[in-house]
Ligand binder design. Structure first.
Ligand SMILES: Cc1ncc(COP(=O)(O)O)c(C=O)c1O
Length: 382
């Protein structure tokens, strides 16, 4: 665990010690989000930070980032509204979803949003039609090796299509640039290098055909602190700075970065309660631990056990044994961990609190509105 997450936990712990709030809930330390913003700016000084609102769209977080001068990557009109409500200026909002309804583009344009991501000709045509004069960010496909939460199959086009779309954007009188996403919770600091090479070559070829791309968007991918180790942010910063210098030796007019997870994951703790500890048969060494929080209460990223959270219990330090960990609903998909060799203290019993650490990103908004009659995951701020 980094010092920063330890600091955050001490403030969050003070809240947890003094609260009777019903579980499950997430408590977020907004000061840590601010710290993360500063750390990222220091790591990649050339880049403008566009916080990926989808990671945690809570108003206190967006308001703090507005005050710091952050820009925002949004996926929908509702996220645009949230940024505007928090005081963001439309010029600092980028509509990064490659799949947009025409009327949503029109709404964004009416709000003053001027940058839109596309990865196909039909989507470029929509933006050119509905938001003429906007600038487009053409998304390159990236094979997300090294990422615990890959984003490769659904998004992005290949290098030749990037080149083609940049040319078309210029012909339509639009500004342009190229984006990619190395996959979320990317553990390989060198992941940006390959894509930046492809981006540089595509931009060069497009320029030879008259296009005028000006910016590069490095996407997200910077990690939260989960069970498996990740390098410190300075290592990511160094690798990205080196890659930018290698592939863009004459510099770039504009560089964007769209961090989500890194900004908010470690700033949140999800408190849950043990509903039941049981065994399938008396001789089984594995216990089943059922929490009051599961896949339908914000822990969607435990799908395929992709994101492996760190857990904290009141009995830490005591003898442990193997467990499967599941949520409370009558749905057999509501199992978080069965194959990832989790162990929990043998002393753990019904009623104990289990804290799921670094749960500030991609949790609250994934929570269902009331599956099985359970209330959605609540959120508190310190
Ligand atoms: C377009 C875009 N930008 C940025 C992000 C944020 O990624 P991360 O949370 O890995 O930083 C995402 C995540 O899905 C995304 O889709």
């Amino acid at each position: 665990m980094t010092n920063h997450s330890s600091n955050a936990l001490s403030k969050i712990d003070a809240f947890l010690r003094g609260t009777n709030a019903p579980t499950p809930f997430v408590v977020v330390d907004v000061d840590l989000v601010e710290q993360r913003y500063h750390e990222l700016v220091k790591a990649i000084p050339a880049a403008d930070v566009y916080y990926a609102v989808k990671a945690n769209p809570a108003l206190p977080i967006i308001e703090r980032l507005v005050r710091l001068g952050s820009a925002f990557d949004v996926a929908s009109p509702a996220e645009i509204d949230r940024c505007l409500e928090a005081g963001a200026v439309p010029a600092k909002i980028s509509y990064g979803n490659t799949i947009k309804k025409r009327r949503d583009i029109a709404y964004a344009a009416s709000c003053g949003v001027t940058r839109y991501t596309v990865d196909s000709e039909p989507e470029l045509a929509k933006v050119a039609d509905v938001a003429p004069g906007a600038s487009v960010c053409v998304r390159l496909r990236h094979e997300c090796g090294g990422a615990d939460w890959p984003l490769s199959r659904k998004f992005g086009c290949d290098a030749s299509e990037v080149e083609n779309l940049l040319v078309l954007a210029t012909q339509a009188g639009m500004g342009s640039g190229v984006s990619f996403h190395v996959g979320s919770q990317q553990r390989d600091v060198d992941a940006w290098d390959d894509s930046l090479q492809v981006v540089a070559h595509s931009m060069e070829r497009a320029r030879n055909r008259g296009a005028t791309p000006t910016f590069v968007n490095l996407g997200g991918g910077f990690p939260g602190t989960y069970r498996e180790h990740t390098p410190p942010i300075d290592s990511y910063g160094r690798a990205v700075r080196d890659a930018l210098a290698k592939w863009f030796p004459s510099g770039l007019a504009e560089v964007m970065v769209e961090p989500g997870r890194y900004m908010v994951a470690d700033a949140g703790v999800l408190r849950s309660e043990v509903v039941l500890v049981s065994r399938r048969s008396p001789l089984d060494s594995e216990r089943w631990v059922y929490l009051d929080c599961g896949k339908f209460h914000g822990l969607a990223e435990t799908m395929d056990e992709a994101i492996r959270y760190r857990l904290r219990t009141p009995h830490d330090g005591g003898l442990t044994g193997p467990v499967a960990i599941a949520g409370p609903t009558c749905d057999s998909a509501d199992v978080m961990y069965e194959k990832s060799a989790y162990e929990l203290p043998l002393a753990l019993v019904e009623g104990d609190m289990v804290d799921i650490l670094s749960a500030g990103a991609y949790t609250t908004t994934y929570s269902s509105v009331g599956f099985n009659g359970f209330a959605p995951l609540q959120e508190h701020f310190v």
